[in-house]
Design a protein around this ligand. Structure first.
Ligand code: HEM
Length: 432
């Protein structure tokens, strides 16, 4: 039997707890070819070069397995259009810029930063719920409901529909995991769920077309300035993308953040004294414990020479961002968690034209969440270290993170002022 490659060993769920020594092994040959012809890239320099190379495509329709045809559903009908994360310029750029108008400066400058007080209120409420208990699952009770409630609010999804969404988002995220079937099988699974999700979103868009609100779907529907308006199909693909991308990623960043703080009590203690520390701390988390470990979705459009290897046209690439962000030829002492690190151009949000669209939101969410947890949970202790991990090698994070604490500091003592008015929405807990 052929020996398992380093990449095979990384994909093994048993490696999820600590894949970093394997990434270091992988980096010794920054571009490696797997038996199936996939090229795995692990050095910072090579990953950045490929992320900025127009000969590298994110378009799933050109994958050899799909023989150049759009994904089709089982009855042979054309599949739903791809979201812009799976498209190349110029279509990617047009759709992304239309979506960006709704998401931040210069068109909607306060949309994200303006959510800070609301996020603080939601965090307060979630932590208030822990009073009178001594144990919390950070994932279920906090890290999951916060970003999911936020992305639903942004998109205008009624809070009571959120459990259905979470089920769809989880299924779509599972389809990204290369260990859960062949590419073709995974695409078909994803399409089935996508169809359900987009049918729901279509109903929501119909409702918003009649009665627009202050949400992103309403904004997209009303934006007719060229290159708008976005077609209904593209709008549904965009809403679906934001919803899925806004789910698991930030959950993992907050959870990884709490885990890292509990492993570095000196930093946790400093955070309580120095509120400004959170800015660098979140960036360092994105480098040191990134939620997105690798991008398995690129294809070469031409032969590409990199690090002494020629990657042939039509090859699948796996860009191991987490290995690049710990590359010692780019970062000093890369295996050390250092929230004061000044030179920190990590790959946590990717790079190039597909650089994370939701980075600003994820930053604000985590910058609000971690200091609140650090401040209000008295004497927090990890129940198990390491905690159990989800098997997904692309989106890595603990399945649950049990923490014991003595008591909960009352909210009134908070450092960040809450917004006027009270948050009255129920915050559902629906993770499976
Ligand atoms: C800590 C949380 C997050 C992390 C670590 C993260 C990471 C990433 C990464 C690595 C990419 C690059 C994908 C690629 O090059 O193929 C990406 C793209 C993207 N992210 Fe995030 N993300 C996070 C949160 C969010 C949130 C909250 C949203 C939505 C509100 C979001 C929306 C997107 C979208 C739409 C793209 C595609 C951008 C494009 O193709 O132009 N992300 N993200």
């Amino acid at each position: 039997m052929a020996q398992a490659s380093i990449y095979d060993r990384i994909l093994d769920p048993a490696s999820r707890v600590n894949p970093f020594p394997l990434y270091a092994e992988l980096r010794r040959t920054p571009v490696t070819r797997e038996d199936d012809g996939t090229y795995v890239v692990s050095s910072y320099r090579a990953i950045v070069a490929l992320l900025h190379d127009p000969r590298v495509s994110s378009d799933l329709r050109i994958r050899a397995e799909l023989a150049g045809t759009p994904p089709a559903s089982e009855d042979g009908a054309p599949g739903p259009p791809l979201p812009f994360i799976n498209q190349d310029p110029p279509d990617h750029d047009r759709l992304r810029s239309l979506a960006m108008r709704q998401f931040g400066p210069p068109h909607t400058p306060r949309r994200i930063d303006g959510m800070r007080p609301w996020l603080t209120e939601v965090s307060t409420e979630l932590i208030d719920n822990l009073a009178g208990k001594n144990r919390v699952d950070i994932v279920e009770d906090f890290a999951y409901p916060l970003p999911v409630t936020a992305i639903c609010k942004l998109l205008g999804v009624p809070i009571e529909d959120q459990p259905r969404f979470s089920k769809w988002a989880d299924a779509i995220i599972q389809a990204i995991d290369p260990t859960t079937g062949t590419f073709d099988e995974r695409m078909r699974r994803r399409e089935r769920v996508t169809t359900e999700l987009r049918t729901y979103l279509n109903g929501l868009a119909d409702a918003r077309a009649g009665r627009p609100g202050d949400d992103l779907i309403s904004g997209l529907l009303q934006d007719t300035v060229p290159p708008g308006p976005m077609s209904r199909d593209d709008l549904l693909a965009t809403a679906d993308l934001l919803l899925v991308a806004g789910h698991e990623t930030t959950v993992n960043l907050i959870t990884n953040g709490m885990l890292t703080l509990l492993r570095h009590p000196d930093v946790l203690e400093r955070l309580n004294r120095e509120p400004g520390l959170i800015i660098g701390l979140v960036e360092e988390l994105l480098r040191y414990e990134p939620p997105v470990q690798m991008l398995p979705n690129r294809t070469t459009l031409a032969d590409i020479d990199i690090d002494g290897t020629t990657i042939p046209e039509g090859s699948q690439l796996v860009l191991v961002l987490a290995a690049g962000s710990r590359d010692p030829s780019r970062f000093r002492d890369p295996d050390r968690f250092d929230p004061d690190r000044a030179d920190n151009q990590h790959l946590g949000y990717g790079s190039g034209v597909h650089y994370c669209f939701g980075a600003a939101l994820a930053r604000v969410e985590t910058q609000v969440a971690l200091p609140e947890l650090a401040r209000r949970l008295v004497n927090p202790r990890l129940l198990a270290d390491p905690p159990p991990y989800r098997p997904n090698p692309v989106l890595r994070g603990p399945r649950l993170l049990l923490v014991d604490y003595d008591t909960v500091v009352p909210a009134e003592a908070q450092l960040v002022p809450a917004a006027p008015g009270r948050h009255t929405g129920r915050i559902p807990k629906t993770r499976h």
